[in-house]
Design a protein around this ligand. Structure first.
Ligand code: TRP
Length: 454
């Protein structure tokens, strides 16, 4: 297998690996999705369950994906073909490919919004508006026809351009300095949010758990959010894992990525919730939450004009480093398994995503009446991907690593063929074999009403 390692493109440095993987993990999931899902599901109680999932199941699934990818040196589907030939395990990869289509389709809707808001910020479009006018501005944009679609397509094109450039010159080069910049900016915004009058109410909402709020639905949403935010369960990190060098300390890398991802989510919460309460808005406003809240915050800041531009710029970039990882799953699969040239694969796949994505975007306007199982199109894609496809993918991934790959290979990957010491090998095996699969199934069954625990 080692001869393949040399001919295959890969990340060139350790920091590059972390930046790319953290770039995938940190995105709209942390800044757009975490606050609004936490807001709808009880705040503090949700955060607690979420953190529990991140540190146990999440971390293990992430490590499991890295192990599969680096071992196989292949895309999300091909990896299972290499490691378990003549079996049906590749179907896990196929599920990941489907998830990638769905996620990119709805994600690009929200990513498009960041571009609209970037332009609005630059044009000083929030200036002089009160909270209700800012609200209105968002609703008007969301319900309009052409603009959200144009931004969505623009975003998909942007992603495609970088993916065509390849791993080192595309993904690694940009994420390396853009991720740290986003981090710094969020901290600045947190400080401003915390000094607003009435900020404490937001902090109480986010950090004080009200245990009576924990229901089966809240638990499922927390699991789905953990998977979505960490980019796990669909093979994105199998794909990235295949670009990681043999001497990389996988557990360390996974841990650092998890810390970065979790910190950004919590910081986003600290940035949003104080502002939600200070401006008299409601935490359960749904998908528009950040877009409706933050412009108010910028107006209260010295230099708010500049901060608004910087924020939406960096948010767009954070989204971009995430969509890159989703498209890379599709492109790596098509180029390795279907033998399509990278360029053609990128073009064909992003066109298909754009077609599907149009429906997600229109579900806020012309198709808003269309309901499937009681959900709008966007909502259905989002919930189905986050709360079903990803956890199910994660379930099979840990089963694969725990029961099919076997302790020897896992130990070999975790210790880099016995060159580093890893203390928690046994615990890891125990989690991927028993704890994680059982926990994921319990949460899924519970939400389907097959089993009632909460
Ligand atoms: N984690 C990203 C975010 O939080 C979204 C994302 C990128 C993703 N790649 C993924 C989600 C793979 C699931 C699977 O914005």
């Amino acid at each position: 297998m080692s001869d393949k390692t040399n001919s295959r493109e890969g990340f060139s440095s350790k920091f590059g690996v972390i930046a790319a993987a953290a770039g995938s993990a940190v995105g709209l999931g942390n800044i757009w999705r975490f606050p609004y899902v936490a807001g709808e599901n009880g705040g503090g109680a949700f955060l607690l369950v979420y953190l529990g999932f991140v540190l146990t199941i999440g971390l293990s699934v992430m490590l499991a994906e890295f192990i599969i990818g680096r071992r196989a040196q292949k895309n999300a589907l091909g990896a299972f073909r290499v490691l378990a030939p003549k079996s049906l395990w590749w179907l896990i990869g196929l599920m990941g490919i489907v998830a990638a289509f769905v996620i990119f389709a709805f994600y690009s809707t929200i990513a498009g919004w960041t571009l609209e808001y970037l332009v609005q910020a630059a044009a000083n479009g929030f200036s002089g508006k009160d909270a209700s006018q800012i609200n209105e501005m968002f609703i008007t944009f969301q319900h309009s026809l052409a603009r959200p679609l144009i931004w969505q397509v623009a975003f998909i094109v942007l992603t495609a351009v970088i993916v065509v450039a390849g791993v080192q010159k595309g993904i690694e080069k940009y994420t390396k300095f853009l991720m740290p910049a986003l981090f710094v900016l969020i901290i600045v915004l947190c400080i401003r949010a915390l000094t607003l009058d009435g900020a404490s109410q937001g902090l109480i909402f986010l950090f004080k758990p009200d245990f009576s709020k924990i229901t089966g639905k809240v638990i499922l949403e927390a699991l789905g959010q953990a998977f979505f935010s960490m980019s796990i369960g669909m093979g994105a990190l199998i794909t990235y894992g295949s670009y990681i060098k043999k001497d990389n300390h996988l557990p360390k890398t996974a841990f650092q990525v998890v810390i970065a991802d979790t910190m950004v989510a919590i910081l986003a919460g600290i940035m949003i919730f104080p502002a939600v309460f200070a401006f008299g808005l409601s935490p359960n406003a749904g998908t528009g939450l950040v877009y409706q809240v933050l412009p108010n915050l910028f107006q209260q800041m010295t230099g708010g004009y500049v901060f608004a531009i910087l924020f939406f710029l960096l948010l767009a970039i954070a989204a971009l480093t995430s969509t890159i990882s989703v498209l890379e799953v599709l492109v790596a699969w098509a180029s390795e398994e279907l033998k399509m040239p990278r360029r053609k694969a990128t073009l064909v796949l992003s066109t298909l995503v754009a077609i599907l994505g149009v429906f997600a975007t229109l579900s806020f306007s012309n198709l808003s009446e269309v309901k499937i199982f009681g959900n709008g199109i966007f909502e259905l894609m989002e919930k189905f991907a986050a709360n079903t496809l990803l956890p199910l993918g994660g379930f099979f991934i840990v089963i694969f690593v725990g029961w099919k790959l076997g302790g020897k290979i896992v130990a070999d990957e975790l210790t880099n063929s016995n060159t580093i010491k890893v203390r928690f090998l046994k615990i890891f095996m125990f989690i991927v074999r028993y704890i994680a699969p059982v926990a994921i199934l319990l949460v899924l069954f519970n939400s389907l009403g097959i089993l009632k625990i909460g």
